[in-house]
Design a protein around this ligand. Structure first.
Ligand SMILES: O=P(O)(O)OC[C@H]1O[C@H](OP(=O)(O)OP(=O)(O)O)[C@H](O)[C@@H]1O
Ligand SMILES: Nc1ncnc2[nH]cnc12
Length: 206
């Protein structure tokens, strides 16, 4: 199946909400420069979203690009190697997209880590703050088997609040975090430090 490019270029239309290519002069990350460049190519910076002062990194063009998407999923799978985790936890919302593809490629399953109030059965929850506000994440209390090795995936690691809350949920639910994979890390926000000593794998670090 060939996807027709909608032909929208950064800078088309009114400025507000269009986005500009992210500034990654020498792209680097934990899977090497080529993978980092493949991510950077499809990231748009959206100023003042969702609130004034925040530059939002929009990865939806990366998900929509067939080569880009395949490239990043392959890089995550390759990094972790066979039999290094039992299940993939995807963080709502964009982490779901990555988790499903990684799980399919590795013959594992997906556990959704959801925003509060979305899961139908008994949950455990953890609240946290991020660049723009506070939120609560939940998993079903029986989401993980005891000792199950969990790969946690998301699109962006910024302050690390979201990932750290997920770490606590996995551990409280009886699992153990084998590692984190993100497509984009905002290194200046030092989220990685909050997750130490668990391994963090970022395809592009800005
Ligand atoms: O490292 P942190 O500072 O915690 O930020 C990272 C989180 O922020 C974004 O999600 P967001 O909370 O915007 O939710 P959404 O995916 O539902 O839009 C992103 O997808 C990560 O989950
Ligand atoms: N600047 C940002 N862009 C995209 N997702 C984010 N999550 C937290 N900060 C973010």
């Amino acid at each position: 199946m060939t996807r027709v490019d909608p032909g929208i270029e950064p800078g088309d239309g009114p400025d507000a909400g269009v986005g500009t290519p992210t500034d990654a002069a020498a792209p680097h990350g934990d899977s090497g420069a080529a993978v980092a460049a493949a991510v950077a190519k499809h990231v748009l910076d959206v100023p003042d979203f969702p609130e004034t002062g925040v530059t939002f990194k929009d990865l939806t063009p990366l998900f929509a690009d067939p080569d880009g998407f395949r490239h990043v999923i392959d890089a995550v799978v390759e990094h972790h190697g066979p039999d290094s985790f039992d299940v993939v936890a995807g963080i709502e919302a964009r982490g779901f997209v990555i988790a499903a593809a990684v799980a399919y490629a590795t013959g594992t399953g997906v556990v959704p880590v959801r925003k509060a109030g979305k899961l139908p059965r008994r949950t455990i929850s953890a609240s946290y703050s991020l660049e723009y506000g506070t939120a609560t994440l939940e998993v079903h209390e029986d989401a993980f088997h005891r000792g199950e090795r969990v790969l946690v995936v998301d699109d962006v690691l910024a302050t690390g609040g979201t990932a750290e809350a997920t770490l606590h949920l996995v551990e409280r639910a009886g699992g153990s975090v084998a590692g984190f994979s993100v497509l984009l890390e905002l290194g200046f926000l030092q989220g990685r430090q909050r997750l130490a000593p668990r391994p963090v794998h970022a395809l592009l670090t800005l």
